[in-house]
Design a protein around this ligand. Structure first.
Ligand SMILES: [Zn+2]
Ligand SMILES: [Zn+2]
Length: 275
């Protein structure tokens, strides 16, 4: 067993970061904040939809407007960092979209990522966490949004493409709850994750959102623990100051539901650390 807390969900995409230059100094600022907060290992991801090589895998105008960069300069940066021996794993955060599995698989095969985060940000083309999509969410109906979200989460797990299910109850982001109990969805999804050998993410970004709580809700975490699903910890920071954000609260929550360790990944191999 390794004794190090890993922040397994970090984005470099703001500040000094540029898809042309990728300065290592920007990454070093993440490491610095991490060290100050007891985070000894970083898991850096890029959003797959930003890369031209993944064009169309996440359909819709929103993703198309963000699909601008070639993968190659990013991979050169990753290789450069690897030669420095820093405690950083490199992954990718991919949207699960039904029907796009083969394309996602082809894109993932372009590089030996340390880990792949699987996310559901869109439900049938409607943005779950986009403020501007609120009218579309209302049109779909809150109940249907939640139901489809869990159904897609299970499909993501059975696809076998991902190592971790991220921010697992994202539809609560704006404080809108499901109009029915979700215990059955939690149980079914947790069991599907266990069968797929996937981890669930304890994501502290929710503390910085309108909902002001960690993803997932305690009942979902309890279901995951009962099903034997490993957990990873992630701040989903998009800037250095949020590395390890809320990890004290996150770790307390995990311990209170019986989790004594969290996982990180190297070469898609899961490594457990005490928390
Ligand atoms: Zn995400
Ligand atoms: Zn993210």
């Amino acid at each position: 067993m390794v004794f190090v807390i890993a922040d397994q969900h970090l984005h470099l995409e703001r500040g000094l970061y540029s898809p042309e230059t990728y300065p290592v100094s920007w990454l070093e600022r993440y490491l610095e904040t991490g060290r100050a907060r007891g985070v000894g290992r970083l898991g850096v991801v890029e959003h797959g939809y930003r890369f031209l090589e993944a064009k169309g895998l996440l359909p819709g105008a929103w993703a198309e407007g963000r699909c601008r960069y070639h993968l190659e300069p990013y991979l050169s940066f990753v290789e450069r960092v690897k030669t420095l021996g820093l405690p950083v794993s490199f992954g990718i955060e991919m949207d699960y979209v039904p029907g796009a599995e083969a394309g996602i698989e082809r894109f993932l095969a372009r590089y030996p990522w340390d880990f792949v985060l699987g996310s559901v940000h869109f439900v049938d083309g409607v943005g779950v966490d986009l403020e501007t999509d609120e009218p579309r969410r209302l049109e779909m109906g809150t109940g249907k949004l939640w139901q489809r979200y869990f159904s897609l989460s299970r499909d993501a797990a059975t696809s076998g493409l991902f190592d971790v299910l991220t921010h697992p109850d994202l539809p609560k982001i704006f404080g809108v709850r499901a109009p029915f109990p979700l215990d059955e969805e939690f149980r079914r999804t947790a069991e599907t994750l266990a069968e797929a050998g996937m981890a669930i993410e304890c994501n502290t970004a929710g503390l910085r959102k309108k909902v002001a709580e960690i993803y997932p809700v305690p009942a979902y975490l309890a279901a995951a623990r009962k099903a034997g699903v490993p957990v990873s910890l992630g701040s989903d920071a998009h800037e250095p100051e949020n590395v390890g954000y809320g990890f004290g609260e996150g770790i307390d929550l995990l311990r209170s539901y019986g989790y004594g360790e969290a996982v990180h990944f190297i070469g898609r191999r899961r490594i457990a650390s005490s928390i």
